[in-house]
Design a protein around this ligand. Structure first.
Ligand code: ZN
Length: 92
């Protein structure tokens, strides 16, 4: 039983640590181009890196999940703006 408790504590610490990293630094260095923004090739075509679109940064998976869930929650709980009819508009 202490082994299971230790495993749960370690998993909780790792999860909280990753959440802290995602909150403090939501963007990480692109894995494909190592932050250069373009792929090093020998033919000098100079194409921008596709995963980061030439920025050299990528959004972390945890931050992407956080953004997606908060957007989903916002869209699910907030009422859409009322559709304005011609009579309700303050302008002609
Ligand atoms: Zn890249």
């Amino acid at each position: 039983m202490p082994l299971a408790l230790a495993a749960m504590a370690i998993l909780a610490l790792v999860t909280l640590g990753y959440a802290g990293v995602c909150a403090a630094s939501p963007f990480g260095t692109c894995r494909r181009c190592n932050g250069l923004g373009f792929a090093l090739t020998t033919d000098r075509r100079g194409k921008p890196c596709r995963p980061c679109r030439g920025h050299g940064k990528r959004i972390r998976v945890g931050r992407w999940l956080y953004n997606r869930t908060t957007r989903l929650h916002h869209e699910g709980t907030h009422a859409p703006a009322p559709a304005h009819s011609k009579e309700a508009r303050p302008w002609p």
